[in-house]
Ligand binder design. Structure first.
Ligand code: F7E
Length: 366
């Protein structure tokens, strides 16, 4: 049996990776979680009782816990998805971001070096490393020009993985992953904020409209408040990336790759697609902080989105657009889920949740 230690198990990537690996009965997955008074297990409900899955406690900021896990489990693979991953708040707690995202990687590498040197290590990198980009699409050789404490922490982790690989002959890779989303995504990230907002508005308008038909009144809609609508991101479905990460861990020789869809779309486009799925069709009106997305198609006019400068960042990464051809050639990896399908899947799932279906977010990629 292959023993795989995964951190960040409760999050989108950790839960998707656990589920991806548990489909092979020869894998035993140890999912690391931090001790918390109110952990949210919703992403893991589908596999918590799988006999090949075991929850273990640890914390990236506590080297004792990381070393103990590696010593006791003797994993064949160590996949580090835990991070302080929200770019927006990385200016508010830069030291914690650095301690978790960079110090945490050193703690993992040190534990492996000391207790299980044959273990293969995956470090989760980010397109935020490229930051203020020089050219598009970006490839793995693009210079690191981070624009946030988060981006800087991932750049440092990238360098450290290479240093340990070269210095100690370890199998350690750092995958540079562009934005990846899905129905397990946290609500602080813009895609899930939009898909949940669309579902909430859909639910409000549709339920009131049934009533309204009798009374002729409009629903009271709270618009989705967003920051920079012009930023562009290269979005994929997280489930697609799990295969790419696993392939990166199973090369003959360790090599870093970039995973991306190869397309870029603005926040504005994501908003339009998401509302299309719910059959609302707005138009953009106004400029800057006065810009709004308004649906005038029905008997009532609804403001669906408005700008709130509180969501602007101190420094923005304006455009990210990845070139996945190296991963296709070197790993035989290609994304399967299109941008349109990703948006549709997220909005439809969130609408079902609003309608009271209360299903666990399923893992569907096969
Ligand atoms: O922002 C803009 C915001 O927070 C995307 C993480 O997984 O991907 C993610 O980082 C864009 C930015 O993701 C809102 O200014 C506008 O330009 O969804 P996000 P991110 O910062 O790209 C990378 C690859 C990672 O590694 C990270 O861990 O959307 N934006 N209005 C907004 N963003 C948020 N969150 N909320 C807004 O209201």
């Amino acid at each position: 049996m292959k023993k795989i230690l995964i951190t960040g198990t409760l999050g989108q990537d950790g839960s998707n990776m656990s589920e991806y690996l548990l489909r092979d009965k020869r894998n035993k997955v140890y999912g690391m979680i931090r001790r918390s008074a109110n952990s949210n297990f919703i992403n893991c409900r589908g596999f918590l009782d799988n006999p090949n899955f075991q929850l273990v406690y640890g914390d990236l900021t506590d080297e004792v816990s990381i070393a103990k896990l590696v010593q006791e489990i003797q994993p064949d693979y160590f996949i580090n998805f835990a991070a302080n991953s929200f770019v927006g708040c990385s200016w508010d707690m830069p030291l914690h971001v650095l301690d978790t995202n960079t110090g945490g990687v050193i703690r993992c590498l040190e534990a492996i070096k000391k207790h299980q040197p044959n273990c293969r290590f995956y470090s989760a990198g980010s397109s935020e490393q490229f930051g203020d980009v020089d050219y598009s699409p970006q490839d793995i050789k693009h210079p690191m020009k981070p624009r946030s404490p988060y981006g800087a922490s991932k750049c440092a982790a990238h360098h450290l993985v290479k240093v340990y690989r070269d210095s100690y002959d370890m199998y350690a890779v750092h995958g540079v992953l562009f934005n990846h989303e899905g129905i397990r995504r946290g609500e602080e990230f813009v895609t899930r904020k939009i898909s949940k907002g669309v579902a909430r508005i859909y639910d409000t308008i549709k339920s009131v409209e049934n009533w309204r038909h009798r009374h002729g009144q409009a629903a009271r809609v709270k618009p989705i408040e967003l920051g920079n609508l012009d930023a562009k991101r290269d979005w994929s479905d997280s489930e697609d990336f799990m295969e790419g990460v696993w392939l990166m861990l199973n090369q003959d020789d360790p090599k870093d790759y970039l995973l991306a869809s190869g397309e870029t779309h603005s926040i504005r486009e994501f908003v339009e697609k998401a509302f299309d799925v719910a059959d609302f069709h707005g138009t953009w009106e106004g400029e800057g902080i006065d810009e709004k997305y308004i649906d005038k198609g029905g008997p009532h006019e609804y403001v669906l989105v408005e700008v709130n400068p509180d969501f602007y960042r101190p420094a923005e990464v304006e455009v990210l657009h990845g070139d996945p051809t190296a991963a296709e050639k070197g790993l035989g990896w290609k994304p399967k889920i299109s941008f349109d399908d990703l948006v549709m899947r997220m909005v439809e799932y969130d609408i079902r949740q609003c309608l009271g279906k209360n299903e666990n977010p399923p893992y569907s990629n096969s």
